[in-house]
Design a protein around this ligand. Structure first.
Ligand SMILES: Cc1cc2nc3c(=O)[nH]c(=O)nc-3n(C[C@H](O)[C@H](O)[C@H](O)COP(=O)(O)OP(=O)(O)OC[C@H]3O[C@@H](n4cnc5c(N)ncnc54)[C@H](O)[C@@H]3O)c2cc1C
Length: 324
């Protein structure tokens, strides 16, 4: 019997989100084998996408009412499957995982550790490492309940790769929520359609700060276009209304860890750094050579962004065209 249950996260169209691969890697760290639970209106198809990761089983709970995520409708089934003998239930610390697992914990009387960077098993006892104080310190915690729950920080855990195995898929029935929870219905999602990659999953992110002001998109779009990048922003840029709130990167925004992160006119406050310091290569463009972001950057350009960024976008476009 596997030790860990991974709760898969799906997109609105029912495909497996990459965040699930990070949760699988986290489950592998805990050891003792793992199974995966997929919930959705197309869960069986999504479950097939996850059979190659070495899970003991992939549970598929397919039900028309699970097409859109509603915590109250998902939690009873997750709790019921977890009771089959799992010791740890994990998901990625996305809004899905952070919303769902505490509710499951409540149903199971289990302790919950959110936003973990890693987990280690010592003689079966699990120790969870968690960032604290905007990532400036780590805390280590152990939980004492028989079933434990944890979300992992996507940027701290490299996604699991398929191992080539073929896990069996087992159907599980949806556990109906109670009378009160049944009254909670999903009416719709107001999404902003974008051709760009999603900020949390993009391999290149270009982020802009308050300094760009009303020219935010005039400056950022051409560079993002040529790099095929997602656009992020500092909280100051979002608060000022130069960029939408869901672009915010940082402690109270999204945590990103792309291969390339370009910070443009961003000072490098610790709360911003908490959201992007896991990026593989960091480039900073700032007119102040003393800006704290340069202490973290792999490459820094001291320049006026209004001149440097359009030039950079133009040069990259020329380079791209020359390469065909
Ligand atoms: C509880 C809490 C949570 C927070 N959470 C977040 C968070 O999640 N994310 C986040 O980003 N912030 C967060 N903050 C805010 C954070 O402390 C900073 O205030 C914010 O990150 C600053 O944004 P900024 O770098 O765009 O602006 P500023 O700090 O004002 O920096 C602007 C930078 O632009 C440069 N600049 C100006 N003009 C030009 C030019 N023409 N060319 C090139 N460079 C130029 C300046 O030299 C400066 O370095 C939080 C704060 C608190 C208290």
């Amino acid at each position: 019997m596997a030790n860990v249950l991974v709760v898969a996260e799906l997109t609105e169209t029912g495909a497996v989100r990459k965040t699930t691969h990070n949760a699988i890697a986290f489950a592998q760290q805990a050891g003792g084998g793992f199974s995966i639970l997929v919930l959705g209106d197309k869960a069986s198809a999504a479950a097939q996408e996850l059979t190659g990761f070495g899970a003991e089983k992939v549970f598929a709970c397919e039900d028309a009412s699970l097409g859109a995520y509603v915590a109250e409708h998902f939690a009873p089934t997750v709790a019921e499957v977890a009771k089959q003998g799992f010791r740890l239930v994990v998901a990625t610390a996305s809004s899905f995982g952070k919303d769902l697992l505490p509710r499951v914990a409540g149903r199971l009387d289990g302790a919950y550790a959110g936003d973990c960077a890693s987990v280690t098993s010592n003689g079966g006892a699990l120790t969870f490492k968690r960032p604290m104080f905007a990532g400036n310190a780590f805390g280590y915690c152990q939980m004492s309940t028989p079933i434990q729950l944890a979300t992992c920080r996507q940027s701290e855990v490299d996604p699991a790769e398929p191992t080539g195995g073929s896990s069996p898929v087992e159907s599980v029935a949806k556990v109906a929520p109670g009378a009160a929870a049944s009254r909670i219905q999903h009416l719709g999602v107001a999404t902003v359609k974008s051709e760009r990659p999603e900020l949390g999953e993009a391999s290149v992110v270009v982020s802009g700060g308050r300094a760009i002001k009303e020219k935010f998109f005039d400056i950022m779009n051409p560079l993002a276009d040529v790099l095929g990048a997602a656009i992020g922003a500092s909280r100051a840029a979002c608060d000022a209304g130069y960029a939408p709130g869901d672009y915010q990167v940082g402690q109270t925004g999204k945590i990103v860890a792309p291969s390339l992160y370009i910070a443009i006119g961003i000072s490098g406050a610790i709360q911003h750094i908490a959201g992007m310091k896991g990026s593989k290569t960091i480039v900073a463009i700032n007119k102040d050579a003393e800006a704290p972001i340069f202490q973290l950057a792999d490459y820094g350009l001291v320049a006026d962004l209004f001149q440097a960024v359009p030039e950079l976008a133009q040069e990259l476009a020329k380079h791209k065209a020359a390469k065909g």
